[in-house]
Write a protein that binds this ligand. Structure first.
Ligand code: ZN
Length: 463
């Protein structure tokens, strides 16, 4: 086994393990991750772990090495093979296993790859990821005679997804797998649903030859929008590379953003969970929070990061949570993890019952907003600058101004709100603003510019 293995310093991150193949991440790292994570599982009393991988070219090799590492700690390893990340989460919950590892580069460029892990029912992140590094670097590893076997869970998974379709009227739906791992299950899933289904780029291909598998970027939705027009479809649904994020377009080809989608799901879920807490991240629209409250729910604003939202959801017993990025979590009727094909089935049922997606979206008041703007600020400076801005904003609070500092600083004014937060994973600050009028948006952007300049930071283009 790998003696004194060292991870590249950029690889062990806040929410996952990620690197560039051949540069910062390779099979030796995968084996070491298997050893380190396996040790965490064994010491938590676990004996059985599932492992799966996405459609990237480097994934099978990393999986093989990681299995060896996991087995060396004495674990029984269940290898589910190629599929989306939520199929791995499903396996852990459905078979009541102790842990899971997914080899995936999610939406990143083809030469990236990485690891998402769960221990028990929860995500592995933050301090636990650092612990894996310490166990490996210190060679403080469990050893034992493990075993591995292959298991095809895809039919059980697909049946579980299809079971929650609750539509009443047949729809025409375009599904864009973007050559990502969802393509492995999409055809069999749509064959089980009523209505007409058009599938785009369902062949799993780690080179992503058609468009990049990230449905939060409008240019990646162009093919989907085009197909919705061509087929006069009711909905278009897109996925990221590993199927834990969803994107959607309505029957007019207009994009429904993650927070709008969450508002639409929330209105439906609150009918059967009156008064429930619905969680969204700090980047989400105020109109989402207002709509949840209007429908009798308790809106809760929380930190951005799928692991953090999942953990908060379990803590509060919330039936539904989501973020701008398209990670949406259903605990209502489901397990509470981010499963984009499942979200697609729920959206299809909802639109079928309620009429049209454009109509469902139209209850949200129109707003003027910026996209999420990310700009480089030195690692050293970024958190300090946000602290300074929080302090200055708090000094103004009360005069028609509300300040939330759960994750960065989000300031609500009569015009709308603006946000500045430091990324946990890159040396960037993220800015966003949303107003009820164009003039209001200009004033909010002015506030961001002003705050940045007071902290000696040049405002990004567009501000
Ligand atoms: Zn993903």
């Amino acid at each position: 086994m790998t003696a004194n293995h060292r991870f590249h310093p950029t690889v062990l991150r806040e929410y996952d393990i990620r690197g560039v193949i051949g540069k910062t991440l390779g099979p030796d790292d995968a084996r070491a991750i298997g050893q380190g994570f396996g040790t965490l599982v064994v010491r938590a009393g676990g004996t059985r772990v599932a492992i799966g991988y996405d459609g990237r070219l480097s994934s099978p090799e990393l999986e093989q090495a990681c299995v060896e590492g996991l087995m060396s700690t004495g674990l029984e390893v269940i290898r589910i093979g190629l599929g989306p990340t939520p199929m791995l989460y499903f396996t852990v919950r459905h078979l009541e296993l102790d842990a899971g590892v997914m080899i995936t580069g999610s939406h990143n460029p083809p030469d990236y790859n990485g690891f998402k892990m769960m221990l028990g029912k929860g995500p592995v992140y933050g301090e636990q990821i650092q612990e894996i590094g310490r166990l490996v670097h210190g060679q403080d590893l469990a050893t034992g005679a493990g075993s591995s076997r292959k298991l095809d869970v895809s039919e059980d998974y697909i049946n579980r997804l299809a079971a929650d379709y609750d539509g009443t009227r047949d729809l025409t739906i375009v599904w864009d797998a973007g050559n990502g791992a969802v393509g492995h299950v999409l055809r069999r899933l749509t064959d089980k649903l009523p209505g007409k289904h058009i599938l785009l780029f369902e062949e799993v291909d780690g080179n992503f030859p058609n468009h990049h598998p990230d449905p939060t970027v409008p240019e990646n939705l162009e093919d989907l929008i085009h197909a919705v027009h061509t087929h006069k479809a009711d909905i278009g649904i897109g996925f990221d590379g590993d199927g834990d994020r969803i994107g959607a377009v309505d029957e007019h080809g207009d994009i429904i953003w993650g927070d709008q989608l969450l508002a639409i799901y929330a209105a439906d879920v609150l009918k059967t969970h009156p008064g429930a807490t619905i969680i969204a991240d700090v980047k989400s629209s105020q109109t989402l929070y207002d709509d949840i409250a209007k429908n009798g729910g308790k809106p809760l604003m929380w930190k951005t990061g799928h692991s953090l939202l999942k953990a908060k959801m379990a803590e509060t017993g919330s039936p539904l949570a989501g973020e701008m990025s398209g990670h949406i979590f259903f605990a209502d009727k489901y397990y509470g993890f981010d499963d984009a094909p499942y979200c697609g089935v729920r959206l299809a049922g909802l639109v079928s019952r309620e009429g049209s997606l454009a109509k469902l979206k139209s209850v949200l008041p129109p707003v003027f907003n910026t996209p999420e703007i990310r700009f480089q600020v030195d690692e050293e400076r970024k958190f300090k600058a946000v602290e300074e801005i929080v302090a200055r904003a708090k000094a103004l609070a009360g005069k028609g101004i509300e300040v939330n500092d759960i994750d960065g600083v989000r300031v609500k004014t009569e015009d709308g709100w603006w946000l500045l937060r430091a990324s946990n994973t890159q040396d960037v600050l993220v800015a966003r603003a949303e107003a009820f009028s164009e003039a209001g948006l200009e004033r909010l952007k002015g506030s961001i510019r002003d705050q940045l300049s007071q902290s000696g930071i040049q405002a990004p283009e567009g501000f």
